[in-house]
Design a binder for this molecule. Structure first.
Ligand SMILES: Cc1cc2nc3c(=O)[nH]c(=O)nc-3n(C[C@H](O)[C@H](O)[C@H](O)COP(=O)(O)O)c2cc1C
Length: 339
């Protein structure tokens, strides 16, 4: 049965419960040779034209699974089986925490959007390490670093350092999340002084452990001046690049979501903002820095426009909910028409 026929049925259930059910199924599929093979056959696409090399990392295709889908590192193997060219685990915090009160995830099917106010629920870095220690995949795995809800902003760098220290052996690259709208004050860490402190602390640790790429994920709601300062921090601290961008607090394109005074909006309404931010960021950054685009990318045409604007890789989350498990393959296949 095609996913578009199945989707209305799936959407009858509570979004967070549906997500947990999908994760449990994907987790089980990893232990079944039959299901893994079936998923690889239906969802993967092999074509050298899709391959990307960035530094020492090889990406079999440029479509990644964005942060938030697998916060605890439970389904990395399944993400590879689903045809993603890379994936991001997290956001991971040092200590386990429950996240915000429920309900905290809403669908807006007409606009192909979601609003989430999850607030980094997770099992904590040590337990995530336990999940990741036996994973062997051939796609690059990024680990998204976050601070605990109750850690004061001025100590955020210590939380990020703790997660990096624990998960360093399991990540091919690392992403600092200073852009979720669901942890009070977190976005203030995008400001020059705070971000410089975080960047220099983590870079120092990476120099000691052995260099691996460090990126920062920013909010789509940054001003031009914010962006200039962020880019300055990237170059001064020799960061590998940026993920542009996280969910938005702007509800202009989804009036039905205006009643939600919390949470971040993702999905199709973000696309034009992502495109213009990628153009601006690439202009400011120059060519040598990695730029990963995230926000409203649903098709190969979207991805082609984003690459044209200067991104190296793209990530998706909401498209997976609306286009289904073969989404990475569909986007890659469409993208091939442009390559
Ligand atoms: C339910 C949900 C949870 C998310 N959790 C995280 C997270 O923990 N860390 C993070 O950096 N981004 C998180 N995101 C943001 C996504 O990684 C992505 O940047 C954003 O949704 C825009 O991409 P999309 O339009 O393809 O979904 C989350 C998004 C959704 C929808």
């Amino acid at each position: 049965m095609s996913y578009s026929l199945l989707r209305p049925l799936l959407f009858l259930s509570d979004p967070e419960r549906a997500h947990e059910r999908a994760l449990t199924w994907l987790e089980r599929s990893q232990h079944s040779a039959f299901l893994s093979r079936l998923m690889r056959r239906t969802c993967q696409i092999q074509d050298k034209k899709l391959e990307r090399k960035l530094g020492n990392l090889i990406f079999p295709n440029p479509i990644g699974l964005a942060a938030g889908f697998d916060k605890d590192g439970r389904v990395v193997q399944a993400a590879e089986n689903l045809g993603f060219g890379f994936m991001e685990v997290g956001t991971v915090t040092p200590k386990p925490q429950p996240g915000n009160i429920k309900p905290r995830l809403w669908r807006f099917p007409k606009q192909k959007a979601l609003v989430n106010a999850l607030g980094f629920p997770g099992i904590g870095a040590a337990a995530v390490a336990h999940h990741l220690k036996d994973v062997t995949v051939s796609i690059p795995v990024g680990v998204n670093l976050g601070k605990n809800f109750d850690t004061p902003l001025e100590h955020a760098h210590e939380d990020l350092l703790a997660v990096l220290g624990i998960l360093y052996p399991f990540g091919d690259f690392f992403i600092v999340n200073v852009s979720s709208p669901n942890t009070p004050g977190l976005r203030e860490l995008q400001q020059f002084e705070a971000l410089t402190r975080i960047a220099s602390t983590l870079q120092e640790k990476l120099a000691e452990l052995g260099p691996k790429p460090l990126l920062v994920k920013i909010a789509p709601d940054v001003t031009e001046q914010d962006l200039e300062e962020i880019v300055q921090t990237v170059s001064q601290n020799k960061l590998a690049g940026l993920v542009v961008a996280n969910t938005t607090t702007n509800r202009a394109q989804v009036p039905g979501a205006a009643f939600l005074d919390r949470g971040g909006l993702s999905g199709k309404p973000l696309f034009e903002r992502t495109l213009s931010l990628i153009k601006q960021t690439r202009n400011l950054l120059g060519r040598d820095t990695i730029l990963i685009a995230s926000g409203g990318i649903f098709s190969g045409t979207d991805a082609a426009k984003i690459f044209e604007a200067g991104a190296d890789l793209v990530q998706i989350y909401t498209a997976l909910i609306y286009r289904g498990p073969r989404c990475a393959k569909l986007i890659n296949r469409e993208l091939l028409n442009f390559l």
